[in-house]
Design a protein around this ligand. Sequence first.
Ligand SMILES: [Zn+2]
Length: 85
Amino acid sequence: MVYTVVPGPVFKHDCQECSYQMTIQAPNGKQADLYLCPKSQISQVLARYGNEPSEYTTLAEQMGAILNNPSIPELPTLFPAPSES
Ligand SMILES: [Zn+2]
């Protein structure tokens, strides 16, 4: 299963530091906006999947679950591991 890139962003995001990257949509219609956040300590990529402030994740596994498919092969590429430096 693969996602498709759709026009966005489709959700409100409350962090001024983030730069919008793209919006992905799973075959089931669920969408997520992807941002690069320079302030995040866990990962520089976050995915917003709703308009509530808490409706975002920085984990590829969680994003896969939200999109109802933990095995989307592209997700690890979208959420690279934090560098050791
Ligand atoms: Zn941010």
